[in-house]
Write a protein that binds this ligand. Sequence first.
Ligand SMILES: CC(C)(COP(=O)(O)OP(=O)(O)OC[C@H]1O[C@@H](n2cnc3c(N)ncnc32)[C@H](O)[C@@H]1OP(=O)(O)O)[C@@H](O)C(=O)NCCC(=O)NCCS
Length: 186
Amino acid sequence: MPKKQKPKHKSKSKAKPVRVPRDFKLDDALLRPMFQDDVDAVVAIEEANQEFPWSEGIFRDCIRVGYHCWVFDWQGEVVGFTIMTTAPAQESHILNVCIKPAYQGHGMGSRFVHLLLKLSQHDGAEAAFLEARISNKRAQALYERLGFEKTAIRKDYYPDHNGHEDAMIMTYKFDEKKKGTDAERP
Ligand SMILES: CC(C)(COP(=O)(O)OP(=O)(O)OC[C@H]1O[C@@H](n2cnc3c(N)ncnc32)[C@H](O)[C@@H]1OP(=O)(O)O)[C@@H](O)C(=O)NCCC(=O)NCCS
């Protein structure tokens, strides 16, 4: 994810993580575009996951300028979101993927990335890339499993408590993937 544009330290939510509802089924969760009315819920998820979260204004701007902004909606509650921008014939930039803590590990992050790869191809991008904190091994493993490669390190990209943290740049190149592979899934 790109560095937060207005780094403003916030401590992670102290709220006890609640369990995912027993009847939660990924296939029953609605994958739909994000609207301005979703932004409060989206900000809450961002702040529960990130110590240097994006501001509400950044999310509103992403919707307003027409970036790909999607949410997972479980029975009327937003439980995850993703944002991407595409430059046709160039690269898609996956800007943010974030799942409400209790709902992580149920496949929503993977579904989002499959969706973004399909949208990238549809937009005519040759590749998709993203940044992940060097320390965010879980996210890196997820992207590698989906066909991304580690392509570069961007020094001091993110704010952290000791100053800055490097970013791992990860890239998915469409021309190098065989037909019918990763990006074909929903
Ligand atoms: C990184 C992130 C987006 C992944 O989303 P997610 O919905 O948890 O991802 P998935 O469920 O698709 O896959 C994650 C793991 O759950 C496992 N999993 C997938 N479906 C599962 C299921 N039905 N039951 C149990 N585990 C499952 C996957 O195998 C994977 O294994 P891992 O624990 O070894 O990583 C999420 O953890 C998150 O929001 N993190 C905080 C914000 C962040 O770091 N964003 C990425 C910045 S680059």
